[in-house]
Design a protein around this ligand. Structure first.
Ligand code: FEO
Length: 171
């Protein structure tokens, strides 16, 4: 495997684990605010991010490449209202999209068609994650100021359940 493609793929394991850590910190914030539905939503999101890390890890193993696990940064965000984590989430997902794009660009440069195909799932996933993050912001802006509506939104997010992402389900 091309060295740059390898380094970016290996780094992405770390970035996805950091995403899991970041979203756990969001879940903690909402738990402390009494919004257990939002906390549940981000706990499940953290599980999905760990899964994303495993998908990259598996891909390196399948290709006979060595996995180097790196230190995970401490999430350092503090929030002063219910909207801020949601906005930070969208900003973070846009950043992750840029990382996926960077790996794809390196794979194109290296004529690594296999990695390009592998990244297809993540390209679709990022569109979905940005869309969902945007939707959560819109709903909080529209309804978050009303206690009853916020209660109902919280109930909706309490209903989120975990499903294994398809690349891991097939593995
Ligand atoms: Fe692993 Fe939220 O992207």
């Amino acid at each position: 495997m091309d060295k740059k493609v390898y380094e970016l793929l290996n780094d992405q394991i770390n970035k996805e684990l950091y995403s899991a850590y970041l979203y756990l910190s969001f879940a903690d914030y909402y738990e402390e605010e009494g919004l257990d539905g939002y906390a549940n939503w981000y706990e499940i999101q953290a599980q999905e991010e760990r899964d994303h890390a495993l998908i990259f890890r598996n891909y390196l193993h399948e290709n006979g490449e060595k996995v180097k696990l790196l230190a995970i940064d401490q999430p350092d965000k503090t929030f002063s209202n219910h909207l801020e984590p949601l906005e930070a989430g969208l900003e973070h997902e846009k950043y992750v999209t840029s990382l996926i794009n960077d790996i794809y660009a390196a794979a194109v440069e290296a004529n690594d068609y296999r990695t390009q195909k592998f990244l297809g799932w993540f390209i679709d996933e990022q569109l979905e994650e940005e869309d969902t993050a945007d939707d959560m912001i819109t709903k909080m802006k529209l309804f978050g100021g009303d206690a009853r509506s916020l209660f109902e939104l919280n109930q909706e997010y309490a209903g989120r359940t975990y499903t294994t992402p398809s690349p891991l389900a097939q593995a």
